[in-house]
Design a protein around this ligand. Sequence first.
Ligand code: NAD
Length: 434
Amino acid sequence: MPNSILKKKLQEIEHTGSLIGAPDWLIEELTNPKHVFKMQFRATVGGQLKLLTITRIHHRNPYPTGVQPFKGGIRYHPGANEKLLTVLAMDMTEKCALAGLHFGGAKGGIAFDPTPCSELELRRITEQMTMELLKVNLPHPDIDVPGPDVGTNPTVMYWMYNKIAETNHYRNISDVAATVTGKPVEHNGVHGRENATSHGLLIQLKEFLRISKMKLGSRPTVAIQGFGNVGSNIALLTQDERFNFLNVVAVSDRQTGLYSSQGLDVISIKKWYDKNGTLAGFPSADKISNQELLELPVDILVPAAIENQITKENALRIKAPLISEGANEAITTEANNMLADRGTTVIPGIVANVGGVVVSYFEWRKNRGERKHKVDFKEEEEWVQKKLTDIMHGVIHDVYTKSEEKKCSIPQAAHMLAMEIMRGELRMKHSYTN
Ligand code: NAD
C-alpha cells in the first residue's frame, strides 16, 4: 500500500506536468525528495523494548533554506514509513505554494502504534527522537520546523520544545521557540493553532458553497470520518453560529461510527470521547462502521482520519455530492478520477486542510519576533482568525477560478496551480531559463 501511494503520487506529478508543459528539470525535482533522514533508537512501548525508526523527509524548498525552513508534521503511526512520508511531504510543498507560505514541504514520524504507551513512555520516545534529530541539527528554526500530525498533539510538541530548550543547542530564546509549532498557547504557541485545520476547512467550505452556488439541502448534513484533532474540532465548530448551518449526522474513530439522521449531540460525544478514549458505548446514537459512514447519503463528507479511505473499490458507492478532504490523501488518484467523472465535487486536502500550516506559519513568525502577543490573547485570536480567513478564501478562489478556466476538476486545478507557482520559484532559485 505505501509503495503504491508513492507510485500514484509520482504519476500524478507527471500528469500535472504534462498539462502545464512543465520542463524536465521541474519534474525531476518534484518527484525526488531533497533530503531523507533516518535514525533508530530503542524505547519502551507498552512495557516492551522495541527498535523504533524515525524518518524525516524534506521534499523541496522553492525558497532560500536557512531563511525559510522546511515545514511539516510529525506522525506517530504504524504506517509512518519513508514512502508514505515522502508523499505527505510532497503534499506539504503544494499546500505551502497554494497558500503563499514561504516554506518547503517536509514530513516525518516514527512507525509505531502509540496507543499502548503510557504518558511517560510517550514522553521518553518524543525526547529520544528529539535528541536523535538534534544530532543532525534538526529541528532548526530556519531549516526544519515540525508540527503535530496523526498521533501527536500540542503536548508532544511541548515535550520536543522543552527538550530542545534543555539541551542548550540553540542559545537564543527566539531560536528555541521557533523550532517547533503547534505548541500550547501558554508555551509560545499561538492562539487558534489547535483547531486551525478544522477552522480553516469550515471557513473555506462556507466560501466555496457561496461562490460555487452548489445546491445542497437547506441545512446540509455532514459525515466526518476520524474524531482526532481535525475531525472532533470540525464537529465542535459546527456549534459556533458561523457554522451551525451544517448538521453533523455521523462521526467515527478507528473502531466505531455514530449516526443519527436528526443530527448528533457533538458536545456530549466529545465529553464521552475525552473520558473514555473511544466513541464506543456512546448511548444516544446508532452504531455504524467506518465504511458505512463513508457511504451515507449525506450532503457533505469529510474524511479526517488517514490516507486511502476512498479508493476505486468504494468510490462509486459514495453518495455525498461534496467531499472536503480533511485528511491528506484520503482519496486515491483513481477514486478522484471516478468521482470527477460522476460529478462529485472534491475539495482536495492540499486545499481544504491548509489551515493547519497557515496558523503554524503565524506561530513561527511570532516566535521569530515578528509579532508579539504575550499579553493580549484576545487581540491575537482576532488577528489569527482574520488572516486565516483571508488565506483560506484566497486559496479556494484561486483554485476554483482555475478549475472554471481549464474546465477541470478542483483537485486537478489545485495541482496545476501549485506546480505553476513552484516552477516560478524554483526557476528563480536555480536560474533555469525554461
Ligand atoms: P489524530 O491522530 O488526532 O486523529 C486521527 C483520527 O483518525 C482518530 O480519531 C483515529 O481514531 C482515526 N483513525 C485512525 N485510523 C483510522 C482508520 N483506519 N479508519 C478510521 N479512522 C481512523 O490526527 P489528526 O491530527 O486529526 O489528523 C487527521 C488527518 O488530518 C491526517 O491525515 C493529517 O495528516 C491531517 N492533517 C492534520 C493536521 C493537524 O494540524 N493536526 C493538519 C493538516 C492535515
